[in-house]
Design a protein around this ligand. Structure first.
Ligand code: MF3
Ligand code: CO
Length: 251
């Protein structure tokens, strides 16, 4: 599939989808507290998304059974909500959500501490978030995809963290996953040339330890091989003539 350039009409729909997703994350982030189950987060997230008149895009996507991916501690991504999995003070939790508004997708993830968390865990969350912002400094027309990937990796690795290799970001639009793939680590090829109207889901997944991950027997949950903590931060980003526009974040 070719990389698509969105029209002004499509961009406006993606802006709306992104704004709704940003609000969804704001509400979910404010709701996180010890004693909640990961299923509680999924139920609340689905209710918020449907309340905005959107469809939760992850539900039934390739058989994924929930609306929100809820990944705790050493879980990197795609944790399956479970009513028996209770969040405890000191846990880290990554929430990944997607919405469809009038046929257009937005995809974003945030990682939160549950109550008080260790300084080390807080640092991992902050560096993961910042690695996204280091990457999008290069998300400009005329640059190449690999400029973004290289910047994310360099920043995260400067703290000694492991950048996950087995999962990548992606183009997004009328589908959740479109071309191109957006790796969070340097490639040998410079990748496509960025052009105004491209929309990318840029999503660093950063481990406190080694980059290696394994899949659990549920076929979804991805965990760090060395059991170290992992964080995830993602936004849907529009390439413009100037600075990139972060569609799924309200500043
Ligand atoms: N943000 C994830 C991604 O970009 C969400 C997909 S999870 C799934 O791939 F459940 F929808 F598969
Ligand atoms: Co994504």
């Amino acid at each position: 599939m070719a990389v698509t350039i969105k029209s002004e009409r499509e961009i406006n729909l993606m802006r709306k989808a992104g704004e709704i997703l940003a609000r969804t994350h704001e509400e979910l982030g404010a709701a996180i507290k010890p004693g909640m189950s990961t299923m509680d987060i999924d139920r609340l997230g689905e209710k918020i998304i449907r309340g905005f008149g959107c469809i939760p895009s992850f539900k039934n996507y390739n058989g994924y059974p929930a609306s929100i991916c809820v990944s705790v501690n050493d879980e990197v991504v795609h944790g399956i909500p479970n009513k028996k999995r209770i969040l405890r003070e000191g846990d880290m939790v990554s929430l990944d959500a997607g919405v469809i508004y009038q046929g257009y997708h937005s995809d974003a993830a945030r990682t939160y501490g549950v109550g008080e968390i260790s300084k080390e865990a807080q640092k991992l969350i902050e560096v993961t978030r910042q690695s996204f912002f280091e990457g999008i400094k290069f998300a400009k027309a005329g640059n190449h995809l690999n400029d973004i990937s290289t910047a994310i990796q360099a920043y995260a690795e400067s703290f000694g963290y492991g950048v996950v290799r087995d999962l990548v970001g992606h183009g997004i639009g009328t589908h959740l996953h479109e071309d191109p793939e957006v790796p969070n680590f340097a490639q040998k090829r410079k990748g496509i040339r960025l052009e105004p109207g491209m929309t990318l889901a840029i999503e660093p997944m950063i481990n406190m330890g080694r980059p290696d991950v394994v899949w659990l027997d549920d076929d979804w949950t991805v965990v760090t091989e060395d059991s170290s903590l992992s964080a995830h931060y993602e936004n849907t980003v529009l390439i413009t003539e100037g600075e990139p526009e972060i569609l799924s974040l309200r500043l």
